[in-house]
Design a protein around this ligand. Structure first.
Ligand SMILES: CC(C)(COP(=O)(O)OP(=O)(O)OC[C@H]1O[C@@H](n2cnc3c(N)ncnc32)[C@H](O)[C@@H]1OP(=O)(O)O)[C@@H](O)C(=O)NCCC(=O)NCCS
Length: 178
């Protein structure tokens, strides 16, 4: 495994957002192997296996830090609770994605993590625009994005969910301006 920067990049009251490390593989594999998690994301397959987590953490080191950024979302007491990342799906168009393990839903952690990540994206990463999309049936994620300051663009794109078996799902697009 390549050496990654494990210094906390962003700290909030309850969370640390930091670069993923090899020790994160097990908790990622455990928490992401849930159709309620994987089926709401574009990229997570279901079932989600240990090898998927290993490939994901290994791949982070090969990302271009100018275009992509991935954080483990670590709770100060409970350890890793999920992941959050910005990915350049199209040139100069960073898209935010995230998931939390089911035991950690409903306590405001996603809103706290996304808000902090946007602060980092604006202040440290110098990005003025961030895009996001959520499946139309994912009201929770829509709420998180609205609370973090995203606005609906009005566009609805069909997007494939690996966790749903590859069927395209209507995806409501949102944008955040620094
Ligand atoms: C979406 C997800 C990240 C939300 O995480 P969370 O920590 O539970 O979200 P928060 O606690 O910050 O909740 C934010 C808002 O959403 C609301 N909300 C939470 N679950 C909800 C649901 N099932 N339906 C409607 N609203 C919901 C909350 O009430 C809260 O609003 P409020 O503060 O006004 O009450 C989490 O459910 C998850 O990881 N889901 C699976 C993966 C996923 O959907 N990723 C996003 C892909 S776009």
């Amino acid at each position: 495994m390549c050496a990654l920067d494990v210094r906390p990049a962003v700290a909030t009251e309850r969370l640390l957002l930091r670069g993923p490390v090899a020790a994160d593989v097990n908790p990622i594999a455990e928490l992401a192997n849930d159709l309620g998690v994987a089926g709401m994301t574009s990229n997570l397959p279901y079932p989600y296996r240990q090898a998927d987590a290993e490939a994901f953490v290994g791949g982070v080191a090969r990302m271009n830090p100018r275009t992509d950024a991935v954080f483990a979302v670590e709770h100060r007491e409970f350890g890793l609770i999920g992941m959050l990342g910005f990915h350049e799906r199209e040139p100069r168009r960073q898209e935010l994605g995230y998931w939390l393990g089911r035991p950690f839903w409903g306590r405001g952690y996603a809103t706290e993590a996304v808000t902090a990540a946007l602060r980092w994206a604006r202040g440290d990463w110098r990005k003025n625009v961030v895009w996001a999309g959520h499946f139309a049936d994912n009201r929770a994620s829509g709420q998180v994005l609205c609370k973090a300051g995203f606005l609906y663009t009005g566009d609805v794109e069909p997007r494939v969910s690996a966790g749903r078996g590859g069927a395209p799902a209507p995806t409501r697009m949102m944008v955040w301006l620094a």
